[in-house]
Design a protein around this ligand. Sequence first.
Ligand code: G3D
Ligand code: MG
Length: 177
Amino acid sequence: MGFLLSKLVKLFSNEEHKVIIVGLDNAGKTTILYQFLMNEVVQTSPTIGSNVEEIVCKKTKFVMWDIGGQESLRSSWSTYYANSDFVILVVDSTDRERLHISKKELHEMLQNEDLKKAKLLVYANKQDIKGCMTAAEISQQLKLTSVKDHTWQIQACCALTGSGLSNGLEWMLESKR
Ligand code: G3D
Ligand code: MG
């Protein structure tokens, strides 16, 4: 009975999902968050601490935490993990030098008990810049195929124009259960 009731309540209420947006500094996390919010590009400044915003899409609410990516802040990422339904990893597709750091941070964070149930969306951002890595290249470098215990997806995008961002959101909507 309790199960049925909770199913019914779920049917009639707007669901809420916690999302954390991580990635190295300058990857485009804040631009993506604000692109989601208002479909326009805003001036960003390096995130100190975190920004949190709610995005409602097809009756589903995503509470998105944009966490600062500078090296000094990365150690505090784990304090945001509890109850996350999704992790969005934003990668600067032009930043070949630091992709190995994203890879290390990603695989480390996926080990965390608090993220056991979280699904992973990787945005290969800055696809507008000539000579950038493709989503396939980034997927390979990040060794995404070795991620077996989390559902994941990689999506090429350009946060400045918003191109590709909605595909990622659609995937989140489809895979939220
Ligand atoms: P962060 O929050 O991950 O640290 P920001 O990153 O969102 O602050 O973005 C860092 C810089 O990258 C910003 O430039 C922003 O405009 C730029 N940027 C974000 N997404 C894209 C993209 O898709 N293409 C291009 N060409 N640039 C992008 P500034 O100059 O303000 O530092
Ligand atoms: Mg930021």
